[in-house]
Design a protein around this ligand. Sequence first.
Ligand code: F6R
Length: 249
Amino acid sequence: MKIIQAKDYSDMGKKASELIVRLVKQKPEAVLGLATGSTPKTTYKEMIKDHHENGTTYRKIRTVNLDEYVGLEKGDINSYHYFMNEQLFKHIDMKSDNSFIPNGMAENIQQECAYYNQLIQSLGGVDLQLLGIGRNGHIGFNEPGTSFTEKTHVVKLAEDTRKANARFFPSLNDVPHHAITMGIQNILESKSILLLASGESKAPALARLLNDRDVSVSFPASSLHLHSNVTVIADEEALSQVYSLEGRP
Ligand code: F6R
């Protein structure tokens, strides 16, 4: 695992965007695995800035998002479809046909999960998967206890996760109880993984990931130790409880 220290949230976004833009230039038809939430916002902002200033093109780029709430329409301001459009897609030259996000309104959710797995395969797999980390170590919406062999599936969200995400909704009651998420196996099948973390609320999770290094389903992010190409970009606050920044393979 390679660890890159950023000064703060904005610097983390700059460093992450540099890595992503490099890949987009090297492989213009790359498949990017994208995430939502607060963490990647500065990364997307920097990608947009680069697109405007340096003309990096996303015309052939394909994207697959990690997850979506069950029961929210695509146009709902809290849906991840809406988030991705607002935070990234509408500001760059991505083709709308090339971006994929699980459909949380699908009539048959199980079928939607199977379709999503096939879709990722048909795109040739994910070149770079961007991840945030939950305070309880979740990645995507893979909550503690999720088997590492799970592929795209429906999850019941942990109360801690619903509470953490309630800040985006009118009240906790409005936060959906279920989501569709890529599984840990999908994440581990990506060719490379970029995990981002910012702020002191993430410090205990990063400490567990980078100090303890135990691999356990009780801490989903620990599955990343099973992957050979993981980069962590985190800011000083998020790394404040990590003893050593020496990444070990
Ligand atoms: C989002 C996702 C989640 C978030 C995590 C951290 O697509 O899959 O795992 O990355 O909940 O959320 P933030 O970034 O809001 O702290």
